[in-house]
Write a protein that binds this ligand. Sequence first.
Ligand code: MF3
Ligand code: CO
Ligand code: CO
Length: 316
Amino acid sequence: MNIRTCVTSWGKQSVNFGFKSQFEDNNARVEAALHIIDTYAVVRQKSKSDDTPFRGITLLSSREIDAMRPACRLSSELLDFLTPMVVPGVSTLELNDAAEEWTQAHGATSAPLGYPGAQGAEDFPMSICTSINEVVCHGIPNKKDVLEDGDIINIDVTPLLNGYHGDSSRTFMVGEVSPKARKLVEVTKKALWKGIEAVEVGGRIGDIGAAIQAYAESEGFSVVRDFVGHGVHRTFHAEPQIPHYGVKGKGKKIRPGMVFTIEPMLNEGTHEVDLLDDKWTAVTQDGKLSAQFEHTLAVTKSGVEVLTYLPVAVAV
Ligand code: MF3
Ligand code: CO
Ligand code: CO
């Protein structure tokens, strides 16, 4: 979720953020954005007696977390279902259509389909996001994008079931990929788990990004700043925002009942991204590879539960 998108779609009004020109570095820019979001959330809450307990973050009861489980399970199963289709010669449209059919057959809908675009963008026209090679995120499936041997592709799915969203993505290697691409994919997956391990009740949101960034950069990769993880429940993109870089001990406190995604995007080269003319597809500025993995997780009193991770039973 793009920070600017989140703020504008939330407020249903257009807000002019001149971050790029106002701030020298991305950290300052994102800090400023987070501050604006905080302030805005508090203002909104005053006129609303909803279930939002503080600073715009919805804390879920254990019943509500239970209600998230079927949607989260579906997102994992949908990615499993798509896995054998991810081979040279398949188009991203075929992956999309198979995902849509599978989702409907399981009584769910595809939350990305028709998702409102920000700042002049059309609503998202497809059911899943497919992001190949230098595409960082939000690639739009189409029949011309046909997978080739050596490609990497992120598939991001978000089934909506019984009013709850399950948001998860994986990057797949198509056929034989270069050692560098393989390393990027493996490091990105591990970076997500480093982030998950950093989640602790009483800790801070900044702990997550700090863990991801330290690991990613130690392996020679950069962390995308312009897209962040997000609260997810009845609302697809909610507070809190989860940057994948940052400083340990900074940010909001992590509390039981928080449900959010962690979805780091790691780049081979620069962390800077460009948006294509469709206003959705984000690509690396230098054209080098990008990979991403995403899980939805719940914070409980006893720790963290990865709702979109289904342990596989192994016969011993
Ligand atoms: N699933 C993406 C995420 O992880 C969001 C996709 S929004 C869409 O937040 F409109 F592009 F589908
Ligand atoms: Co997400
Ligand atoms: Co997602």
